[in-house]
Design a protein around this ligand. Structure first.
Ligand code: SF4
Ligand code: SF4
Ligand code: SF4
Length: 190
């Protein structure tokens, strides 16, 4: 039987990661970290949301030694979710795009709120808020991590951002084309 290829191994590693896309591992998301582990450039102990259970699963998959979570990447902690103090929210919407799983809803100039069911606790919405009205709170009840759901929501989020960027680029290109000097009849534009 052929040995699994690097992309196959990366996919199997990725399937063991929590899919919060929190970047605490030092990579842009779970898949880039999985690829770094697969190509041997990252150790298996850099994912705080996955903690010791993920390290053990990765060690079993890859035949590597179990190592404690690297404290440089963070600590293993009870699950938390974001909470927005709606009395202070100014409706700037800066927290929407950074949320990898679209767990925040709200319209411009109106208060925003977190859909607790979808929040993975990644904390990526905290820093962009200009009035510091987002804080992390313990989850009301214990809940299992749902990597498959997180991945689907993250893929949908990324796809939407890419589509919007492409639409903006098309609009910009059309505007530039409309502003370009027209070629005179029978000749080329200067
Ligand atoms: S969940 Fe783990 S692997 Fe995924 S981005 Fe966060 S730290 Fe990295
Ligand atoms: S609401 Fe904040 S903490 Fe929750 S998933 Fe979105 S960005 Fe992460
Ligand atoms: S970034 Fe802060 S102030 Fe702006 S909409 Fe989000 S929660 Fe409200």
């Amino acid at each position: 039987m052929n040995a699994p290829s690097a992309p196959d191994i990366a996919a199997r590693i990725d399937a063991l990661l929590p899919q919060t896309q929190c970047t605490r591992c030092g990579y842009a998301g779970c898949r880039p970290y999985a690829e770094a582990i697969a190509d041997g450039t990252a150790p298996i102990n850099q994912c705080p949301p996955g903690g010791s259970a993920t390290i053990q699963a990765l060690a079993e998959l890859l035949g590597r030694d179990i190592r404690p979570l690297n404290p440089a990447n963070g600590v293993e902690s009870p699950p938390q979710i974001a909470w927005i103090d709606e009395s202070r929210c100014i409706g700037c919407a800066r927290c929407l795009a950074p949320c990898p799983v679209d767990a925040i809803v709200g319209a411009g100039k109106f208060m925003h709120t977190v859909i607790a069911e979808h929040c993975t606790g990644c904390e990526l919405c905290i820093a962009p808020c200009p009035v510091d009205c987002i804080e992390m709170r313990p989850t009301p009840a214990p809940r299992p991590n749902r990597p498959d759901v997180n991945r689907r929501r993250a893929d949908a989020h990324t796809g939407r951002l890419l589509r919007r960027a492409a639409e903006r680029q098309r609009a910009l290109d059309a505007k530039k084309a409309g502003a370009a000097p027209r070629a005179p009849e029978g000749g080329a534009a200067p």
